[in-house]
Structures are given as structure tokens and as C-alpha cells.
Design a protein around this ligand. Sequence first.
Ligand code: PXP
Length: 239
Amino acid sequence: MTDLSVNVDHVATLRQARKAAYPDPVEAAEIAEQQGATGITIHLRSDRRHIHESDLASLRQTVKGKLNLEMATTEEMTTIALRYRPDQVSLVPERPEEVTTEGGLDLLSTGERVVAVAKKLEAQGIAVSVFVDPEPRQIEHLLSTAVGCVEGFEINTDSYTKAQGAEAQAELRKIVQVTTMGLEGGLRVYAGHGLTTANVGPVASIPGIEELNIGHSIISRAVIVGMEQAVREMLHAMA
Ligand code: PXP
């Protein structure tokens, strides 16, 4: 069964809507793990629009499975990651005006910076993943420049989740292709973005994709049915 890392950013989004002390992403993370999530993901953005450094500090103490920190390749974030030592860092592109991560890293233009940050993290025992679109040239670049400091990559599933019919099938084939390339190159493969109980099945059934990172749909559903049920429903859809 594919692992599930629950992204709890949007629990903090709700909290920040009122700059209140609740709801607490730490509490949501505890429930997600109790229900079978194997890890927790947060994205500490430069603008701190949802998750704050104090959330990372608390989650570092409380998360029992894999704590995955998504972050931009900045000096500030690298210092924070080295301070709190999450189990994994996922390097992502970040544009201040974006509503959510808009695409994968373009390793062909930013690869040097990515490798420099990855080396610093890897040297301190933090596993590094990079978020990339399902494009073979990105994986080729990764395999030729970053093996050793990057343990794996997360495939951006956004285009698949927005496509229908034959187009969705074509997007799935791209995901399968880059999964195979990654595995053959000795990398671990993860996937996520835009996944819901309605579209997760075909991605969860791709052999070799180890873990899915899912946030918005689970937290949205949790508002209606509660966190326990929302996580259970996702795990059921993945199975
Ligand atoms: N993976 C990455 C790199 C992301 O930036 C996000 C969104 O924070 C996700 C996965 C989860 O996406 P969603 O919230 O659409 O499930």
C-alpha cells in the first residue's frame, strides 16, 4: 500500500484567517497519524501565510512518522531546516503571489542552487526530495547532477488532476514514465498536488510510487466530516 503524508498547511490557513490560536495543525497531525498516515507534511512559506516556525518546532516534537518540510531553496529556509532537522525536506519553487505551488522546479535552470542546498541538508542527515513536473528531461538532469545528495523526487500530479478522459490517461503515462526513470536511477519516488478521493486511485496504483502528499482535499473534507473520517476516506480511496 502506498504511504500517505498528510499536509496540514490548511489547518493553519484557517487559524490565520482570524490570527487565532486554533485550529492547531499539531492536533490535526496527531489525528492523521492515528488514522494511518505515515507522515506529515508542512510548507513553511517565506511569507508565513499559514505554517509558522513555531508549528515546525512543535511538529518536530510530536510527529511519530516522517516529518516532511516543503521549502524554497533560500538561505533563510536552509538555516531553519538545519535548526529543526525534519526527516525530509522537499525543495519546491515559490512565487510570493501564487495561491499554491504552481509547478515543479525547473532543474535545468535552477539545478545548481538546488544541488547546493541539497548538499548542505544531506550532510546533516536530512533526506532531500525535489518537486518536479513529470518531464523526462527533469529526471535526466536530476540523475546526472544530484544523485548522492537527493534521495528522491515528488512528481507534480497537478496536470493529471485537472485533465479529463484521454488527456488524463496521457498525464498518467507521463507519471509512469518518470517513475520508471527514477526507480531505475536508484531514486525514491513520491507524488502529489491536487489529489482527491475521486482522482487518487490511478496514481496510488502505480507501482514504485512510495508515498502521496495530500493536503487541501483532506483538510477541506475534515471541515465537514472531521479529521478522522477525512483521513480514513483518503486511505480507503488509495487502497
Ligand atoms: N506537494 C507539494 C510540493 C505541494 O506544494 C503541495 C501543496 O502544498 C502538495 C503536494 C499538496 O497538494 P494539495 O494540497 O493540493 O493536496
